[in-house]
Design a protein around this ligand. Sequence first.
Ligand code: FAD
Length: 421
Amino acid sequence: EPAQTYDVVIIGAGPAGSLAASLLTQAQHRVLVVEKQHFPRFSIGESLLPQSMVYLEEAGLLQSVLDSAHELGFQYKNGAVFVSNQQQSVFDFADKSCDGPESTYQVKRASFDQLLAQKAQAFGAEFIFGSQLESIDFNPKPELIIRDEEGMASTIKADFVLDASGFGRVLPRLLDLDLPSEFPVRSSIFCHIQDNITDPTFDRNKILIETHPNEEDVWYWLIPFSDNTASLGCVAKPEFFERLRQGTAPDLEPLGNDQLLLRAVNQSTRLSKLLFAAVITQDAQQLTGYASNVKQLYGDHYALLGNAGEFLDPIFSSGVTIAFKSATLACDCLIKQFNQQAVCWNKDFAEPLRQGVNTFKAFVDSWYQQQLQDIIQFQDAPDNIRQMICSVLAGYAWDDNNPFVVEPKRRLNVLGELCAP
Ligand code: FAD
């Protein structure tokens, strides 16, 4: 059989892959998306940021998300609540320093990712599910061998490959691009619950982030959906969970993930009260060591999108927003390149992408060094400063007018000293 030929092959049908496929097919390019799993499938990464709505709109995907939100249980989201011991700090995305959407959704990724993939198909992209990339030869142009679940191999030729394989990290592995993350290894245990929350002060429209009462680098998320279910998770160094597991007598069965997560949640102040009647509806899973980095984000005939490039940390729910941003920037470059216009992948893709990633990186660093936690809980900060922080929390990490984007590290250091208890 002769090899099939496409302008672009995209590996992975997560948010980065489907957004890129949508942009490229609407610009009349032939696109094939190769996805290992069958949809719908679970994925972690359920709380979006308002900035992501801009990228969905530019790719022609926003209306479908809005239209399906109710049916698919997407929860309207307009802010974040941070709880630390007896204190709580509320950020409403309407109180941000820049323009742009003030709200977004929290989504079950099984249906969200399927929706984006269906829409990309409607635009004309071809999708193959249940197939994996096996090998790739870039000389002189990408030639890919993919294999389906029956073991059948096929050869595909393309002008360009976008790796959107997320934690699969297909090209970083094949091309030896992996770099260790600058962050220490952390672990997360998460599940879905029927939350049965009756507390009238609980605001379903906001993600709830709670810090462990005694361990400052341990935190929990509660991400409500609109059908009375929610995503519940805990993030800590692996040793924290090991210690919790060992809390049981040695002759007992080792704790399963469900009990481990419940045990962690029992130690929290607010969540343990809110969730007293909660029931687990989807078993808890543990993911460890997800932070990653790469030597380079692009090369001859390829670019890395979303998590296939760099992944930082889940604390600010920035993953999908960064995945969308990377796809948007890469497709701008590609479309120009296909139109014989000059493109500088460093200046037009890697550098602008890194700007926002670095903003979040400084925020993540500062969070785990406790400074940003103090800043967030500091109630007397001037309004305009809180609005700038709020903008970054809403995902506007590329806004050059925001001093916390331009010089995040220095600004957080200075402010952190002022807010230290
Ligand atoms: P993915 O969504 O991972 O999609 C990659 C796709 O590629 C998958 O469908 C996979 O099956 C496919 N694939 C993998 N290998 C292959 C292969 N060999 N061949 C073909 N296909 C392949 N982000 C947020 O925005 N909000 C959050 O609240 C949030 N919470 C998080 C909590 C935790 C604990 C973690 C670890 C991450 C969290 N994230 C969050 C990050 C988020 O999960 C990712 O950033 C996001 O899913 C990245 O999208 P992507 O398109 O790059 O990759």
